[in-house]
Write a protein that binds this ligand. Structure first.
Ligand SMILES: Nc1ncnc2c1ncn2[C@@H]1O[C@H](COP(=O)(O)OP(=O)(O)OP(=O)(O)O)[C@@H](O)[C@H]1O
Ligand SMILES: [Mg+2]
Length: 280
């Protein structure tokens, strides 16, 4: 009980996406290791979902290596509307990122509890306005941030990004173990940098082949897409012009729109909530 004279704590806002009634599909984009293209996949998939008419938002949860604002080409800072943060939008995708609150080259030196709090605020204090899809770009690996997010977002679907070589696929499996540990379900595998199509029209499998399908088979989930390696994808990411927006009819653009269609057509099975079974 508060002692006389204490200011009462303001009521804590709840995370709207954790509400069993929430209609937002939350998708965590994970990988076992860095550099496989999680952020590129998150951004382009977000753009493809928005282009298909779905209200889409992205949380850049890579608090140290944030890259989503640059990839989406968002220059402006978030505005405050009352005591809520209005997320900036580009290519139809709304986004929040530590990048809006820290300088690009400044090492973000925040540690555990503060990061946990910051991530929570990304979910509670941003006027998300009930999107159809909330994509979360996780940091590489399976550390504390991913665990925090799993706690904040217990209804998330997990998608694992991997490259095609068998070694990468073994590493990617760690992301699946992480999901299992925090009680989330992996719902699909996305293979990135699957091949490079030369001027001769031939496909060159620079990083080997089959890793994505193998991982999907092991996890007993579908391989929902394969994204080719194309210089325009990297250039677009560097310049804030995602390929899914710039060239939706390109090979990579089509891969993202096909994946978006798969996601729309395959909602998760409805969980049945039985309050009488709640364990306290
Ligand atoms: N299919 C692709 N074709 C060409 N370049 C790509 C492709 N996918 C990703 N890249 C490039 O590879 C680099 C790494 O991609 P990205 O930043 O998306 O990976 P990540 O998994 O998010 O990395 P991190 O673990 O550092 O967060 C970027 O420069 C990106 O533009
Ligand atoms: Mg990234």
């Amino acid at each position: 009980m508060a002692a006389a004279g204490d200011t009462p704590e303001p009521p804590r806002r709840t995370i709207p996406f954790a509400d069993p009634e929430s209609t937002t599909r939350v998708m965590l984009i994970a990988s076992g290791k860095g550099g496989v293209g999680k952020s590129s996949v998150t951004v382009n998939l977000g753009v493809a979902l928005a282009a298909a008419g779905h209200r889409t938002a992205v949380v850049d949860a890579d608090v140290w290596g944030f890259s989503v604002p640059r990839m989406l080409g968002i220059g402006q800072e978030p505005q405050m509307v009352g005591d809520m943060i209005a997320p900036p939008e580009a290519h139809g995708v709304r986004c929040i990122s530590m990048g809006f609150f820290a300088e690009e080259n400044q090492a973000v030196i925040w540690r555990g509890p503060m990061l946990h709090k910051a991530l929570e605020q990304f979910l509670t204090d941003v006027a998300w306005d009930n999107p159809d899809f909330l994509l979360v770009d996780l940091p590489p690996g399976t550390g504390d941030i991913s665990i925090s997010l799993a706690q904040f977002l217990p209804r998330s679907e997990v998608y694992v990004v991997t490259t095609p070589q068998p070694a990468a696929q073994r590493v990617a499996q760690r992301a699946a173990y992480m999901a299992e540990k925090v009680n989330l379900t992996v719902r699909g595998v996305i293979e990135n940098m699957s091949w490079f199509t030369g001027d001769d029209g031939k496909r060159y499998e620079l990083f080997g082949a089959g890793g994505g399908q193998e991982l999907a088979d092991q996890l007993e989930v579908p391989l929902i897409g394969q994204v080719p390696l194309i210089p325009a994808l990297r250039e677009g990411a560097d310049e804030g012009r995602p390929i899914a927006a710039e060239a939706p009819d390109s090979e990579a653009g089509r891969a993202f729109s096909a994946m978006a269609a798969h996601l729309v057509d395959n909602p998760p099975p409805r969980r049945i909530y039985r309050p009488e079974l709640k364990i306290n």
